[in-house]
Design a protein around this ligand. Structure first.
Ligand code: BTN
Length: 257
């Protein structure tokens, strides 16, 4: 039985910003919603919300995120300068990548911020930002990591997902994963002004570059080869007719041909 996560974090955490205010809920709907409420009520940047069990986890593009007990569902309140907002997908996905690396696990990023182990998704990130009169009030970074999710129990994701323990065959401590994640997020976020370094590391860690993909942009679907991701974080897709499009938001599926 793991020791209480709040006690563990308070004892071990050495960050200044991330986790400055820590909230743990045994059960909740979505940690992003809790973090949003806290931000509206004035909780500071760095506030962190963790759920033991998240019952209504939300994913990108209106999807559901499955997160049973023993998996990490966590959200952070961040308040970057608006002109650095575009770096949040890179910063958050790299912080998970660094965390996995510290645990001895090799992973990669699928644009914009899915984390894959051997091509299967182990982590999803949902970033939701709130603006008022063109001013960024706050961003909520929601991170879900499959730590011991038995994907075989969930047919809808069994083919495309994995978990840390399925990959390592070991039981990994959720407390340890959380501690490393908070530390890595702080390390990257406090260097947000070093945009080029963050961008190049993100690009180097992305397995999407050069691959044939299908991009679902909600209203339209595009197919082609990913040429690169530009410094603004947008995907540059080379269509088969030689024309290019810049994709700001979409869901990428890697094709096998
Ligand atoms: C995705 O891949 O579609 C993003 C999934 C994001 C899931 C996390 S779990 C913690 C936070 N709370 C939510 O409701 N969603 C995010």
């Amino acid at each position: 039985m793991e020791t209480n996560i709040l006690g563990y974090l308070k004892h071990h955490l050495k960050t200044r910003l991330i986790g400055c205010e820590l909230h743990y809920l045994e059960t909740t709907g979505s940690t992003n919603d809790v973090a949003k409420d806290l931000a509206e009520k004035g909780s500071p940047e760095g506030t962190t919300v963790i759920a033991g069990l998240q019952k209504a986890g939300r994913g990108r593009h209106g999807r559901t995120w499955i997160s049973s007990q023993g998996n990490l569902a966590i959200s952070f309140i961040l308040k970057p300068d608006i002109d650095r907002l575009y770096l949040l997908p890179a910063i958050s996905s790299l912080s998970v990548l660094h965390t996995l690396r510290k645990l001895g696990i090799d992973a990669s990023i699928k644009w914009p911020n899915d984390i894959l182990i051997n091509g299967k998704k182990v982590c999803g990130i949902l970033i939701e930002s709130q603006f008022e009169a063109g001013i960024l009030k706050y961003s909520i970074i929601g991170i879900g990591i499959n730590i011991k999710l038995d994907v075989l129990k969930h047919p809808e994701i069994a083919e495309i997902s994995t978990s840390i323990s399925a990959h390592t065959n070991k039981s990994i401590s959720i407390n340890e994963v959380t501690l490393i994640l908070l530390t890595e997020l702080e390390n990257l976020y406090t260097r947000i002004d070093d945009a080029y370094r963050i961008y190049t590391e993100w690009l180097d860690s992305m397995e999407t570059i050069g691959k044939r993909v299908k991009v679902n942009m909600g209203k339209a679907m595009e197919e082609g080869t990913v040429e690169t991701v530009n410094e603004e974080g947008n995907l540059i897709l080379l269509r088969d007719d030689g024309t290019r499009i810049e994709v700001i938001a979409g869901d990428v599926t890697l094709l096998k041909y």
